[in-house]
Design a protein around this ligand. Structure first.
Ligand code: C5P
Length: 319
């Protein structure tokens, strides 16, 4: 092992240490988007909810650095980043820069297990980043304070701070300024992952083309906040809002057809998740969600059941 990472105590005693951290997918219950800022990002007023689809990141001590990824079968053929290009590589770089000795080189064997749709608008990459932050911080015994982890998370991507936090939260700024919300209900979702990703930047660009009149201030999340407080799925269904949906459907008209289909099968409301192409359906109950998923199965065999809110990135295994 190189002496660059500063370990305290006995390294040998921790050679077998292994941590697995789990992080959830997100749905934007409200995604209000304003006109692009000078830095090119769009100001958001969004409400995130973490839902029960998860990626796991396992880390093992090693003398060098490697990241391997396994993808659940239901996600189909997906394109994964090449060596050195994974968001987990960037996590290690930033954690080392913040927490280790100058010039330290990351050492760990990292295994990412994905069940969150890849490039689907559900923050799968952000979940991996959040899980890797927590897992590597443990492995390297950095004890980075939570507020520092949130700052590093914001450098990794707009959704990463929420992936750390989980639950239900409001996101302002470009989505990275997160405040937890009280959300005591359990909401039932059907998630239909789509293949043929819509890239997030492409959907934002198309939003700019369709909405040259977009206001500087993004549309407020207030209606969704009121609906959440009511605990009533019918009220939440009526309030769900995604400013990127028109752009996503313009680029992928089949998503509009899918929303109509799910709603005709009993979902209270269908919505493009974030920048898409995953479509989510809010249902009146867990039983209704099962019925909607079953009714969609003939055309969409990979429709998934999910509920929210669930926890942010958390340790699930250590040995
Ligand atoms: O922050 P993140 O890496 O997830 O953003 C990916 C891309 O999405 C950005 O490069 C930008 O094109 C777009 N984006 C945006 N406004 C935001 C968030 C993301 O334009 N608030």
């Amino acid at each position: 092992m190189s002496g660059d990472v500063t370990y305290t105590g006995s390294y040998e005693a921790r050679r077998s240490a292994r941590f697995t951290v789990r992080a959830a997918a997100k749905i934007n219950l409200h995604l209000g988007v304003g006109a692009p800022r000078e830095d090119g990002f769009h100001p958001l007023d969004t409400v995130y909810q973490a839902v029960s689809l998860y990626d796991d990141v396992a880390v093992h001590p090693a003398d060098d650095w490697s990241v391997t990824t396994t993808v659940a079968e239901h996600l189909g053929e997906v394109e994964l980043p090449g060596p050195g290009e994974n968001i987990v590589d960037r996590v290690a770089e930033l954690l080392c820069a913040h927490g280790c000795a100058p010039g330290c080189a990351p050492q760990a064997r990292v295994e990412v297990s994905k069940t969150i749709p890849v490039a689907g608008g559900m923050a799968g990459g952000s979940a991996d980043a959040a899980a890797a932050l927590v897992a590597l911080d443990r492995l390297w015994e950095l004890e980075t304070p939570d507020d520092r982890l949130l700052e590093i998370a914001a450098l990794l991507g707009s959704d990463v701070p929420f992936s750390l936090l989980g639950g239900t939260a409001r996101g302002l700024g470009r989505g990275e300024v997160v405040t937890p919300l009280t959300d005591t209900a359990t909401w039932s979702w059907v998630v239909v992952p789509a293949t043929g990703g819509l890239s997030t930047p492409a959907v934002y660009r198309h939003f700019d083309e369709l909405r040259p009149d977009a206001p500087a201030e993004p549309p407020s999340a207030e209606p969704v906040l009121r609906a959440l407080a009511s605990g009533d799925p019918y009220a939440l269904a009526a309030a769900l809002h995604n400013d990127l949906q028109a752009a996503a459907i313009d680029l992928r008209p089949d998503l509009g057809d899918l929303i109509d289909l799910g709603e005709s099968k009993g979902a209270l409301r269908g919505l493009v998740s974030g920048s898409g192409p995953t479509v989510v359906f809010l249902c009146a109950s867990a039983e209704s969600a099962r019925e909607v998923a079953a009714a969609l199965a003939a055309t969409h065999p990979h429709a998934l059941l999910a509920h929210g809110p669930v926890a942010g990135a958390h340790l699930v295994e250590m040995d």
